[in-house]
Design a protein around this ligand. Structure first.
Ligand SMILES: C[S@@+](CC[C@H](N)C(=O)[O-])C[C@H]1O[C@@H](n2cnc3c(N)ncnc32)[C@H](O)[C@@H]1O
Ligand code: SF4
Ligand code: SF4
Ligand code: SF4
Length: 414
């Protein structure tokens, strides 16, 4: 069997086997309304990836990779809107085309549809499950509701209990929005109390701009006329949220709880690859595959203007290495405003996600990240501790020593 032009750096594909279909209706969701892009084409197929598309994708994805390990990411919409038989077929097809490679799978879910049967499958095949939960009940239920407005927290927690009972590896995925951002310690303690040691959270930043096809969210290339969505976190809230959790983590939890954004900040501090794209120097290594084979530049750029092609007519390698995708990836660096180029934290922040660069710099240049003030205050606050942890790492000692150190920071000695 043919191996398609392999290249050194791996690339990833986030797959949407049920398109944007979902049993919930979270108010801030960026993906639900993507169904409008396909409403004329989907018809009876209802945004479902069919068998032949699934096989084509699995074969091509495996054969496009030059690494011995291949990671599949099942995403949505709601990934569990497909029946278990769909994922059993996934496993069969992965076996058929693996040819000695190690195949890993992770699946992102809202957790409400989990059953013992799903958990047995995940355990048997060693899938990593990402569950979305936005903190304690009152924060989670503020925005994560069903179409009928019903709360979902209890169902999600039931799902998490089931995963634990079956010994399935899982991690939590949370968003920080206008509401929960003001309660950082309640948020952090919740995850510690439910025994979640790897904590990932992402800020919600969306702008509203009605489109003719029924979508309401602005695309990153929409500049004029878009209004900030009210559920977005403000830069000040984001900064306070990060600094408050950081203070507790750096005193008590380094090496015990892993907060993705703090780990990525430290990675950049010591000159290593951050494990989070928003703090990376370039974009473009993680494509999105929609149910019908359409491929987009990134999960946050699923807009008609960012479609790269379709796997029925183009190879994944062709698309990931295309001029358009290369330019998309490099634009993260090349479009930085002067304020970022002169910023003392440029190598840590990298201007964060280009999707959020719709603010003006102090001297009126467009393209500044909306969350700049929040990130800047966090990096400034964390700097003395990051310097200390960097020195420990360089000396071959544990960064966790920071918890015992006397450090003079922006906020004095502790
Ligand atoms: C779109 S969902 C798809 C998978 C699944 N339905 C779930 O909720 O986990 C993937 C993740 O994106 C998060 N999310 C939703 N809307 C967002 C937005 N506007 N900005 C950032 N993250 C968002 C969700 O909370 C979830 O953790
Ligand atoms: S469960 Fe996931 S896909 Fe569904 S509305 Fe919520 S965030 Fe969006
Ligand atoms: S555009 Fe944003 S979400 Fe997409 S890869 Fe770049 S930083 Fe990540
Ligand atoms: S902190 Fe602000 S100015 Fe500095 S790199 Fe980040 S977005 Fe740019």
């Amino acid at each position: 069997m043919e191996l398609y032009t392999p290249f050194a750096k791996p690339f990833y594909v986030m797959t949407k086997p049920a398109g944007s279909m979902c049993n919930l209706n979270c108010k801030y969701c960026y993906y639900l309304e993507k169904s409008n892009i396909y409403k004329d084409a989907a018809g009876a197929r209802r945004f479902l990836m069919d068998d032949s598309m699934l096989e084509l994708f699995i074969e091509r994805y495996i054969n496009s990779q030059s690494m011995p390990q291949v990671l599949f990411t099942w995403h949505g919409g709601e990934s569990l809107m497909r029946p278990l038989s769909f994922y059993r077929r996934v496993v069969d097809l992965q076996r058929k085309y693996a040819r000695g490679r190690v195949i890993d799978n992770c699946i992102q879910t809202n957790g409400t549809l989990l059953t013992d049967e799903w958990c047995r499958f995940f355990k048997e095949h060693d899938w990593l499950v990402g569950v979305s939960v936005d903190g304690p009940e009152e924060f989670h239920d503020e925005y994560r509701r069903t179409r009928q407005g019903a709360r979902t927290f209890n169902k999600v927690m039931r799902g998490i209990d089931m995963l634990n009972r079956h010994g399935v590896e899982w991690n939590a995925m949370a968003v920080v929005n206008d509401f929960n951002a003001d309660y950082p310690l309640e948020f952090y303690h919740f995850f510690k109390e439910i025994g979640c040691r790897y904590i990932q959270f992402a800020p919600i930043v969306e702008r509203m701009l009605p489109h003719d096809d029924g979508r309401h969210l602005a695309s990153p290339c929409d500049m004029a006329g878009a209004e900030l969505a009210d559920f977005s976190v403000t830069p000040e809230q984001w900064g306070r949220f990060l600094c408050t959790i950081f203070d507790e983590w750096v005193r008590h939890d380094v090496g015990r709880y892993f907060i993705q954004l703090f780990d990525a900040t430290l990675a950049n501090w010591v000159g290593q690859e951050p494990g989070i794209c928003s703090l990376g120097k370039t974009c473009g290594h993680a494509l999105v595959l929609e149910y019908n084979g359409d491929v987009y530049s990134c999960d946050h750029f699923v807009f008609p203007e960012y479609k790269l092609g379709n796997i029925e007519s183009q190879s994944l390698v062709e698309m990931v290495m295309s001029r358009r995708q290369t330019d998309f990836g490099l634009a993260k660096r090349q479009s930085l405003p002067r304020q970022c180029m002169n910023c003392r934290f440029l190598d840590i922040c990298n201007g964060e996600c280009p999707k959020n660069r719709f603010a003006m710099t102090a001297d009126g240049e467009p393209g500044l990240n909306y969350l700049c003030r929040g990130y800047y205050s966090f990096f400034e606050h964390a700097a003395p501790y990051m310097d200390f942890m960097k020195a420990e790492l360089e000396a071959g000692r544990a960064p966790a020593n920071v918890m015992k150190a006397r450090i003079t920071g922006a906020d004095g000695v502790f």
